[in-house]
Design a binder for this molecule. Sequence first.
Ligand code: BGP
Length: 476
Amino acid sequence: SKKTMPKNFLWGSASAAYQIEGAYQEDGKGLSNWDEFVKIPGKTFKESTGEVAVDHYHRYLEDIALMAEMGLQTYRFSIAWTRIFPKGKGEVNEAGVKFYEAIIDTCVQYGIEPMITLYHWDIPQALVEEYGGWENAQVVDDFVHYATYLIERFKEKVTYWITLNEQNIFTTFGWLTAMHPPGKFDEEALFYKVNHHAFLAHAKTVCAFKEIHPNGKIGASFAYSPSYALTSKPEDAMAKMDFDNLKNFWWMDVYAYGRYPKTAYTYLESKGVAPKVTQEEAILLKKAASLVDFMGVNYYQTTVCEYNPLDGATPYAQMNTSGKKGTNEVTGVPGVYKNPANPYLETTDWDWSIDPMGLSYACKEITSRYALPIVISENGLGAFDTLTSENEIHDPYRIAYLEAHINALIDASQAGCEIWAYCTWSFTDLLSWLNGYQKRYGFVYVDRDEAGGTMNRYKKDSYYWYQDVIKSNGGS
Ligand code: BGP
C-alpha cells in the first residue's frame, strides 16, 4: 500500500495580503512600503501592482468556499499591518480587524484551520517615513505591539502563527539588490542591522506569544534553499559550507539556537558589516529559540555552490523576472562562493531548479540540525496557464511538480521528520511580487486581465487532483 502522512497532518495552501487582497485604500487601510514602491516605474513586471490584486478583499467568501469544497485543512494567509494600525501604531482600525475576523470565522465554520502570517513584507509606510522602518531599532516594539494585539484578539480561534515570512528574502531584495522596498543597493552593514532588528522583533513576539497563548504554536517561515557542492573538489565543498553559514544557517540558527553561526559572523566582522549583539539581546534570542514550536519552510528550489575567485560573480547579477528561460545570471560572493545552475535538474520558465528530493533534504537537514517540527509554509510551481474556451485549465506540469514534492515529503516523514503541515503556494492565482500576474501558482485560475478581466474564478485540473490528495492523505 502507498505511504501516507500521519493522521493529524494538515494539507493546506497559502497566500499573502498584498498579493491577493487589493482594496488598498479601503475601510481605513494605511499605505504600506509596497503601495509606494510599485509606483516607481520599472520596479515590477509590466508595472503590476497589488492595488486591486485578485480582489480577495471583496471575494473572500467565494474563495474560502472553494477551499472548503476542495477539502483544504489549513489556510495560511497574512495580515496587512496597515489594516490594523494604518500608521503602524496608535489607534486601531476596527474595520481592518473585522475583515480578518471574518476570514478566520469563515475558515473555522468550514473546519479549515487558519494559519496567520503576521508579516509578509508590507510594513506601514508611516513607520518608514518616521524612522526608516526596519532600519531603526524602534521598529521592534512597534512590531511587537501590532503582533501581540492580534494574538490577544484571535487567540481563541487561531492555533498556528508565523512571525515573519522569508526574512532572508525581504532583506536581501530590500537592502542588497534593490528589487524590493526600500530599494537599497549593496548596503551590507545595513542589511545585517535590519536583519538583527527583524530577529529581535521575531524573538520578542515569540516570548510574548507564550505568555498570551500558551497552547498556540509559533515560528518563523524561512526561504530555505538547501545547497549542493558542484563537485567533490575541496574548494567547492568549502564554498557550500560557507554558503550555508552565510545564506541559510545565518537565519535558521538564530530561530532555532538563538545565535549567529560563528564562522560567518567572524567573516562579516572582518568585513566590518557584522551586526552588534548586546548581552541582553543574546539572552532574548536564546530564550525565543527555546520557545519556538516549529521551523516554517518555504521551499522552491536548491542551490549549487562552486568556488568563486576574487574577480568572480557578484550578488548583483540579472534575475529572470520575465519567464524567458535562460535569462538568469550566476550570482555569488567574490572569494567565497558562486551559484551556477544545476546540470542535473530541469528548471521552470523563471529558471528555478525543480528538485523534489531537495524538499526531503531540507526536512532532514532541519530535523537533524535543529530537532524541530516542520511546517512547509510554501511550495509550488509558477507557470504560464491557459484558460480554454470551455473555461478549463489543464496544468499537468503543476500536478507533476506537486506530486513529486509530496512524495518527497512523505519520504522525509518516513525518515523521521515531524512535519505538521504542507501549504502549497498558492490557492488562487495572485500577484507575483516581481513577475506580475502572468506567473501563476494557484489551484484556482483568476481571470484578471486575460479573458476580459472579470475576476471570475475557474478551477484548474490541479484543483481536483489536490482534492484527491487530501482525501487519501497523500496516498493517491
Ligand atoms: C516566496 C514568497 C511568496 C511568493 C513566492 C513565489 O518568496 O513568500 O510571497 O511570491 O515566493 O515567488 P514568485 O512570486 O517570485 O515566483
